[in-house]
Design a protein. Structure first.
Length: 255
């Protein structure tokens, strides 16, 4: 292969690659914003799809299709309250082409909101949405399944709330009983303190009275004291008689 041939082949390849890139670029240029958003959605690039759908909706705010697709994108991102707002726009207009799908997706959105927040109001609204979806297409099994799933979730939440209420009631009763026991103990302690104070006051009064009043002599002590006094008196009389006798003996005759 001569140098010239290789050169021609190389130029042809470069030209072909350029044409492919150029054609792809021009395809993206002429593709509409909703089409770009749909492509990003299918590629699971939900943030990019959201940005493009929002851009498209600013240009065409009355489009039910954009509202529906935007709602689906918000649902994928877990922004359920915003998704419900987009589906609500379609349901207000009662678009026959999109209403059945919007009702079903609204049910899914309300289900997720109720599951996350443990709010049965959203779950009951989801049941109503699934009912409408079942009536619109009785052969569709998905809304039937989701309806039963939502009913079970409501029952589970009610049982949990009932159990929690019973536990809270037991806790309140226990706390109230503890408070009553504490109050009773405090009352008993106050009464005991009051008795001790009264006893101390009584003892102090008795001591004070004992200091003021002379000591009383018992009957036995009084008798012993009287006997001692009598003996002392007899002893003194005897000694006095002895002195008188001694004085009489010592006198001589008085003549």
């Amino acid at each position: 292969m001569t140098w010239l041939v290789r050169r021609i082949i190389s130029l042809a390849i470069c030209a072909g690659l350029f044409l492919v890139f150029f054609a792809g670029s021009w395809t993206d240029i002429f593709r509409s914003v909703p089409e770009k958003a749909e492509r990003a959605y299918k590629e699971d690039k939900y943030e990019k799809a959201l940005e493009l759908y929002q851009e498209a909706q600013t240009r065409n705010p009355d489009s039910d299709t954009l509202a529906y697709n935007l709602g689906n994108t918000l649902y994928k991102l877990g922004r359920f309250d915003e998704a419900a707002g987009q589906y609500g726009k379609i349901l207000e207009k009662e678009n026959p082409a999109l209403t059945p799908r919007a009702v079903y997706n609204m049910g899914n959105t309300l289900f997720q909101m109720g599951r996350q927040t443990q709010n049965q109001k959203f779950l009951k609204q989801a049941l109503e949405a699934y009912k409408h979806s079942i009536v619109a297409d009785p052969d569709d099994e998905d809304p039937k399944y989701n309806y039963e799933l939502t009913k079970r979730l409501i029952q589970e939440q009610q049982q949990k709330q009932q159990q929690q209420g019973q536990q809270d009631q037991k806790k309140d009763d226990k706390q109230q009983q503890g408070q009553q026991n504490q109050q009773q103990q405090d009352q008993e302690k106050k009464q005991e303190n009051r008795k001790q104070q009264q006893k101390q006051q009584q003892n102090q009064q008795e001591q004070h009275q004992a200091q003021q009043q002379p000591a009383k002599m018992s009957k036995e002590e009084a008798e012993r004291l009287l006997d001692a006094l009598l003996r002392m008196e007899k002893e003194m009389q005897r000694k006095e008689k002895d002195k008188m006798r001694a004085a009489t003996r010592s006198r001589g005759p008085d003549w």
